[in-house]
Design a protein around this ligand. Structure first.
Ligand code: FAD
Length: 314
């Protein structure tokens, strides 16, 4: 029966939703090891043991914001755990680590996965979710980057209170790092929840016509996150981090409000698993209405402020 290794660059007091999903996936395997490239607080260790993780490998902390430290830590963890499959998040940082190590260790890498079975068959969506493909590695350690919101977070009740074996990672830092930081600058951090973890997402598209104010205001009234279509991020109206879809992030909130977005297949690929979708569009034939639970045909510049006002009044 295959064994799994989950890798996090860091783990705070409360594991994030994406991290809990990876731990849930790992619990399907015969043995599950978690490796973290920095110190792990006791409170996080308690949560991790509730997911049936057998062993925690911890590397010493490091200020390296680039990839060298994490790469060396994961290379050591793969060796120490003898895992058959390595599960990491599907962000740029982890995709790079997975790809580089798969090459270095003569293994295989599959990105954008939405599921991995206990016999190592990886499922991923193709063509913006029109097809689902199953793939299997033919050789070496398998590295899989798993899309957030693909796996239902489910701690293992039988593992609660289970003793977690904690070991230091037998870690060798790169003698001469390939990259050295010459300066850092702190940027303003948003108070809003993380887009991939928010219970409510309000997203705007080309229809906002350059003004994300009403979208942001409704998101704040609902304590939600702000997302966008590619047309809006390409136009420079909002950061590319906010892009939802095939080439952006995948979200699966309780409530998704789509404003001025037509509902192209590549956009739907990133939000169609939302529990409730409300679409606001002035075109009654917009494809987004095909997947919406509730639709409002109207001008977002009028609908969004009215909605925010009504929510704040209650
Ligand atoms: P449009 O399609 O132009 O739609 C704007 C909508 O706003 C229209 O329906 C219009 O009726 C409505 N509207 C206009 N004014 C108002 C108003 N005042 N009030 C209400 N409604 C109004 N797109 C993504 O979003 N994410 C991706 O990850 C992504 N990846 C892609 C990958 C590939 C390989 C390709 C080829 C494309 C990708 N796209 C992606 C682009 C995608 O095909 C669409 O072009 C894009 O989603 C369109 O964005 P939009 O809906 O905001 O704009």
């Amino acid at each position: 029966m295959p064994s799994a290794l989950v890798f996090f660059n860091e783990l705070s007091d409360a594991p994030s939703k994406a991290q809990r999903e990876l731990l849930t996936l790992a619990s399907r395997f015969d043995r599950a090891t978690l490796a973290v490239a920095s110190e792990v607080p006791q409170s996080a260790q308690d949560v991790v043991s509730g997911y049936g993780v057998d062993k925690l490998l911890v590397a010493p902390g490091n200020d390296d914001v680039f990839i060298d430290h994490a790469l060396s830590a994961l290379a050591a963890a793969v060796k120490q755990s003898e895992a058959d499959v390595v599960l990491v998040a599907n962000d740029n940082f982890n995709r790079e680590i997975a790809a580089r190590l798969a090459v270095r260790l003569d293994g295989a890498v599959i990105t954008d996965a939405i599921d991995v079975s206990a016999d190592l068959v990886v499922t991923k969506d193709e063509l913006a979710g029109s097809y689902s493909a199953q793939a299997k590695a033919t050789n070496g350690t398998l590295f899989v980057t798993v899309k957030p919101n693909s796996i239902e977070d489910a701690p293992q009740p039988q593992s609660q209170g289970q003793q977690l074996e904690v070991q230091p990672l037998d870690y060798e830092a790169a003698a001469t790092p390939a990259i050295r930081i010459v300066a850092t600058e702190a940027k303003a951090v948003s108070d809003r929840p993380k887009l991939t973890e928010a219970r409510v997402v309000v997203a705007g598209g080309r229809g906002v016509n350059g003004d994300f104010g009403p979208v942001e205001d409704l998101a704040d009234a609902l304590a939600g996150a702000v997302g966008a279509s590619r047309a809006a991020t390409d136009a420079g109206w909002i950061s590319h981090d906010a892009q939802i879809g095939q080439t952006g992030v995948t979200v699966s909130p309780q409530l998704f409000i789509s404003a001025g977005i037509s509902g192209a297949i590549q956009q739907k690929a990133g939000m169609q698993t939302s529990k409730c979708i409300i679409a606001i569009n002035k075109d009654v034939d917009a494809p987004v209405f095909e997947i919406a639970d509730f639709g409002i045909v109207g001008d977002l510049a009028k609908v969004l402020p009215q909605a925010a006002e009504e929510i704040r009044r209650r």
